[in-house]
Design a protein around this ligand. Structure first.
Ligand code: PEP
Ligand code: MN
Length: 262
């Protein structure tokens, strides 16, 4: 169970050799979507040089409009695997349909996006494998609903679940979502699962990503998920919230300062 009452010690999830949770902090960075091999390799090299621990990138994209770019699919996964081979960074990518599972064979961690947090049929299937699962909080999910979704995966036997706070819907319209920073200490007490923060989707604005990352790190998150793009103005998805590599480099320096005093 996800409840700390039945499992007092922190769960440490091993993602392709990178430990997350129980004092192990990890940064996953990369583009919202895989757009080309050149794009992914350029970003992967840059984020690795700045100290990122994992490479993220979406190949199957849950877009609000069916007319928006839907992702490169399996071809996108192949590109991520090439970047993994070159940089050694484990990769994380979103799965939208359990039928696609065979494509994810060599992907180190599967992301369940906010929009699929309560896709119970898929959660049950993901409980039957042992790959780490990054479970994002639903757009308007309560802590209890989110924990129950983790429980769906764990009930099947897969204990490798990481929770990701990515902002919630409120009455505020000035930003994309509102980062619920309270989720970190609250879930720390309720569950033994690692909890990371995604300030990119939480704010929707690149200017907010560094200050929110600092807050998330200071409050004790087990890691960060940051969107980075080499050419945000021309990104096919989530350009406005994507950091250029040099801004990501700066963010990593700020995070490292906090980690050394913590
Ligand atoms: C993403 O990580 O690119 C994504 C679609 O996130 P979310 O499900 O949190 O909106
Ligand atoms: Mn995105």
């Amino acid at each position: 169970a996800a409840n700390r009452k039945f499992h007092p010690e922190d769960t440490i999830v091993d993602v392709g050799g990178v430990k997350i949770g129980g004092g192990h902090f990890a940064v996953m960075a990369g583009p919202c979507s895989v757009e080309s091999k050149e794009q992914v390799l350029e970003i992967a090299r840059a984020v690795k040089a700045s100290g990122a621990n994992l490479l993220r990138g979406g190949a199957f994209k849950p877009r609000t409009s069916p007319y928006s770019f839907q992702g490169m699919g399996n071809e996108g996964i192949e590109i991520l695997l090439e970047a993994k081979k070159e940089t050694g960074l484990p990769i994380v990518s979103e799965i939208m349909d359990i039928e696609d599972l065979p494509f994810f064979e060599e992907v180190d961690m599967l992301q369940v996006g906010a929009r699929n947090m309560q896709n119970f049929a898929m959660l049950k299937k993901l409980g039957q494998i042992d790959k780490p699962i990054l479970l994002k909080r639903g757009l308007s999910a309560t802590y209890e609903e989110w924990i129950m979704s983790a429980e769906y995966i764990m009930a099947g036997g897969n204990k490798n679940v990481i929770l990701c706070e990515r902002g919630i819907r409120t009455f505020e319209t000035g930003i994309r979502n509102v980062l619920d920073i309270t989720a970190v200490p609250y879930l720390r007490e309720k569950t033994h699962l690692p909890i990371i923060v995604d300030p990119s989707h939480a704010s929707g604005m690149w200017e907010m990503v560094e200050p929110l990352s600092i807050a998330a790190t200071a409050i004790g998150a087990d890691g960060l998920l940051i969107e980075v793009h080499n050419d945000p103005e021309r990104a096919l998805c989530d350009g406005p919230q994507s950091l250029k590599p040099e801004k990501f480099e700066h963010l990593m320096q700020e995070i490292n300062k906090i980690k050394t005093v913590m």
